[in-house]
Ligand binder design. Structure first.
Ligand SMILES: [Zn+2]
Length: 233
């Protein structure tokens, strides 16, 4: 007796499958005579799982193939195996979905992070026109127009007050008008555009909290600093 009846799901030969079904009907109707005693449950479970360690020449296989009791048990185990396989497939599908979801979330966050990072790295161009502005020299108080800059990386072009000397300038942002608490500082050569003189520096103000500061310009030879009230927003 061929044992293809054990695996109807793999039946490639429809005739063989049909013969196996006919055989099952006969066995379950008690029309066959099994030889030997019923094997234990562990053996029947292994047989239902098609465990490799079971040799088809084993007389217990032949018994199970002809015993209505053993065949009924095999059906039950086979059903259990199928539903277990379905559960495993479902669990695998859920696991794959979770991995995909985590990947999607990670990529979304990464994209957001990149956007934030590029926003953080963006350089904002600002021009401050001090052409007609008076200055506070050293500690001298004075009423001046207030300059406002964002808390970002700023490419700052300062149009220097009239009659400013040419040469190199240090531009700094400080917390007071004595030059204390320097937030950022850069030096650059002043350039002449027509009758205006300007100096361009890049200041990193990302770490600065919003509030009142001073913008200072210091000429390399003069060494006197001119302070302008500054708001960082
Ligand atoms: Zn039996």
């Amino acid at each position: 007796m061929r044992l293809s009846w054990c695996w109807p799901s793999r039946a490639e030969d429809r005739l063989e499958s049909w013969l196996a079904q006919r055989h099952e009907v006969r066995v379950l109707a008690g029309e066959t005579t099994p030889v030997g005693p019923c094997p234990d449950e562990a053996f029947l479970r292994d047989l239902a799982r098609r465990a490799k360690r079971i040799a088809l020449s084993d007389p217990r296989v032949d018994h199970a193939a002809n015993c209505p009791t053993c065949m009924s048990r095999l059906f039950v185990f086979r059903q259990g195996n199928r539903s277990r396989r379905r559960k495993m497939v479902l669990a695998a599908a859920v696991a794959i979905c979770s991995v995909v979801a985590v990947a999607v979330i990670t990529f979304a966050r990464y994209g957001m992070h990149r956007q934030l990072t590029s926003a953080n790295l963006a350089v904002v161009s600002e021009t401050v026109n001090l052409w007609d502005t008076g200055t506070i020299r050293g500690n001298q108080p004075g009423s001046l127009q207030s300059v406002s800059l964002p808390a970002a990386r700023v490419r700052l072009t300062i149009i220097l007050p009239r009659f400013s000397p040419t040469g190199q300038y240090a531009v700094s942002v400080t917390q007071d008008q004595n030059g204390n608490g320097v937030v950022a500082q850069q030096t650059a050569l002043a350039t002449i555009n027509g009758d205006h003189e300007s100096v361009s520096v890049e200041l990193d103000l990302r770490a600065a909290k919003a509030g009142a500061y001073f913008l200072a310009t210091t000429h390399e030879q003069d060494q006197a600093s001119y302070y302008y009230p500054l708001q960082i927003r």
